[in-house]
Write a protein that binds this ligand. Structure first.
Ligand code: LLP
Length: 414
């Protein structure tokens, strides 16, 4: 079954918002964000990987639902603080594989716990801030992902402390008097239940190693990676099954450490992907040989996922005159000066077609499931200002990021 849009993002609503704010436009649905947060309540801590969508108002909304946050840059830490997250406790954790100078200063200033993906981070942090709270992100030697680019475990990956170096990392923690909070793994984006039992068991082995080396710890993190059904609604991940696999690992860890262990999860995509659409207007329709091109006013500078990974996003065409149109195969593409600026493409760049109602200039194109790695991966390529973002909450809607202007861009240079 193809996927319906969130109830609040109905065609009339989207058409009105596009008329009010212009296109391209990101539209988020608060109800979906809340519903996804609530569905993960069995985990002790749900920590949002804000790289998926770092708008301060989305962060505020998730914080109100009890969701904590993972930040991967100084900018993300400052965004979290701007959204009301309190640094110094466990509300914000900084995860990375290196510490640049400015970020090191910021984590020390705000006492943000650091999830270290390299031993150098431990030395640098230890020298600057003895006693600082740390997590260890471990690369268990295997991983998975919807694309090789999102597979973060194994020898090809720059992420995490290689499992064989865990002993050296624990020694660095001791050397600097750092405080170990917990162990973390994030081995990729995309769920594979068969794999998960293996990941859980690897985690238990690492906990054992830490305890045997004389450390105590209070938490384990399952990382992110929960998938969402981009193509078919029946592909939805079974959160209870996912929880039970990790809960088993947690209980074994508790047996080893001799006290309660908090189980964290760190989703990005799962919390936000389905909450938003990207709206674009059809501005030109043309043919090239047998191919029919529908050109819209959003490009890969807005939504990079199809160009970067060949990702599939469902699309709905809303004819401006409300008429029923015959279905036609078409290539959906954007305004950028590159042949790769195509929303319908395969991972290798092959241009694909999509069956949509015959498009005309002025129609609205709705690109679904755009809430994760959409606005947050946008760029100013071709000197295109960042698009506006709107949050719909029941009958209300408000602008949560104004559209950038060319003057904003030029201000950095002139
Ligand atoms: N935790 C860590 C340490 C991560 O690196 C990531 C994602 C997550 C959690 C959240 O993963 P998620 O639950 O969203 O799968 N731009 C790509 C995804 C890159 C993911 C990077 N790290 C995409 O558009 O699919």
């Amino acid at each position: 079954m193809t996927k319906p849009l969130p109830a609040a993002l109905n065609p009339a609503r989207l058409t009105a918002l596009a008329a009010e704010h212009g296109t391209p436009l990101w539209v988020y649905d608060a109800a979906t964000l809340r519903e996804r947060a609530v569905s993960l309540k069995r985990f002790d801590v749900v920590r949002f990987a804000q790289k998926a969508c770092s708008n301060v108002h989305v962060l505020k909304l998730l914080r109100a639902e009890g969701v904590k946050v993972d930040s991967v840059s100084r900018g993300e830490i400052l965004r979290a603080i701007a959204a009301g997250y309190r640094p110094g406790g466990d509300e914000i954790v900084f995860t990375a594989d290196l510490l640049d100078h400015a970020t090191l200063a910021t984590v020390v200033e705000h006492r943000v716990p650091v999830n270290a993906g390299s031993i150098d981070m431990l030395h640098q942090l230890g020298a600057a801030s003895p006693g600082h709270a740390v997590w260890l992100r471990i690369n268990p030697g295997f991983g998975h992902g919807h694309s090789q680019k999102t597979n973060t475990g194994g020898e090809h990956s720059k992420h995490g402390i290689w499992h064989a170096d865990l002993g050296a990392a624990l020694a660095a923690i001791r050397e600097h008097g750092l405080k170990l909070v917990g162990l973390h793994m994030h081995i990729g984006s995309g769920v594979d239940y068969g794999h998960l039992a293996q990941v859980g068991q690897a985690m238990v082995g690492f906990v054992k190693q830490a305890i045997e080396a004389g450390h105590d710890l209070h938490a384990i993190s399952a990382g992110g990676g929960l998938s969402i059904p981009y193509r078919r609604v029946d592909d939805r991940v079974d959160v209870d099954h996912y929880f039970s696999l990790w809960d088993t690992a947690r209980r074994e860890a508790e047996g080893l450490v001799g006290h309660a262990v908090t189980l964290e999860i760190e989703p990005g995509r799962y919390l936000v992907a389905e909450s938003a659409v990207l709206l674009a207007e059809v501005r030109a329709v043309k043919s090239a040989g047998a191919k029919r091109f529908v050109l819209v006013d959003a490009g890969f500078n807005e939504l990079m996922r199809p160009a970067m990974y060949g990702s599939f996003h469902a699309m709905t065409l809303l004819p401006r005159d409300g008429t029923q149109r015959p279905l036609r195969d078409c290539v959906v593409a954007g305004p950028l000066c590159e042949s790769g600026d195509v929303f319908t493409q395969a991972a290798g760049g092959e241009v694909l077609t999509r069956e949509l109602p015959e498009a005309e200039v002025g129609d609205l194109l709705v690109i679904h499931d755009a809430g994760a790695y959409g606005a947050s991966m946008s760029s100013n390529y071709n000197s295109r200002p960042l698009a506006a973002e709107v949050l719909v909450d029941g009958d209300a809607s408000r602008l949560i990021r104004r559209r950038q202007t060319v003057e904003d861009l030029l201000a950095l240079e002139l």
